[in-house]
Design a binder for this molecule. Structure first.
Ligand code: THU
Length: 134
């Protein structure tokens, strides 16, 4: 996974921040989906690497993330530790296993990882919307 995250990071489009990020999701079925950050001259329109990987997973017809490897750093340097931003923690939470958690590997060489629930405790989720559409 981390090898794929490092490889896709090379394709990141980050001319404004010069900070390239790569991510690789492993789904419950064992398939891998990669993504990189895609910036835009209209700065808020940029997309994070995690969101890009999630979009690839959804487009392929899968919805359950078991684990994700992420790495990032200045464009002219090797990939280093990169924890997901707050918005990406929320996006990942949407596709955590039912009643479960997912593991985040935030740095090359980190075999243990951290859980999403440690980074986003008491997350707002689909269940919080129950009944609100009546
Ligand atoms: N970035 C990501 O792709 N993922 C993160 O979790 C942290 C930040 C990107 C967004 C922007 O293109 C660049 O890194 C600098 O913030």
């Amino acid at each position: 996974m981390m090898r794929k995250a490092e490889a896709v990071r090379e394709h990141a489009y980050a001319p404004y921040s010069r900070f390239k990020v790569g991510a690789c999701i492993r789904t419950a079925s064992g398939n891998l989906y990669s993504g990189c950050n895609v910036e835009n001259a209209a700065y808020p329109e940029g997309i994070c690497a995690e969101a890009s990987a999630i979009a690839a997973m959804i487009a392929a017809g899968e919805q359950e993330i078991a684990a994700i490897a992420i790495c990032g750093g200045p464009a002219d340097e090797a990939a280093k530790r990169c924890l997901p931003c707050g918005g990406c923690r929320q996006k990942l939470s949407e596709f955590a296993p039912p009643g479960g958690d997912l593991t985040i590997f935030p740095a090359p060489g980190d075999k243990q990882g951290v859980t999403l629930s440690a980074l986003l405790p008491e997350a707002f989720g689909p269940d919080d919307l129950a009944g609100s559409h009546d």
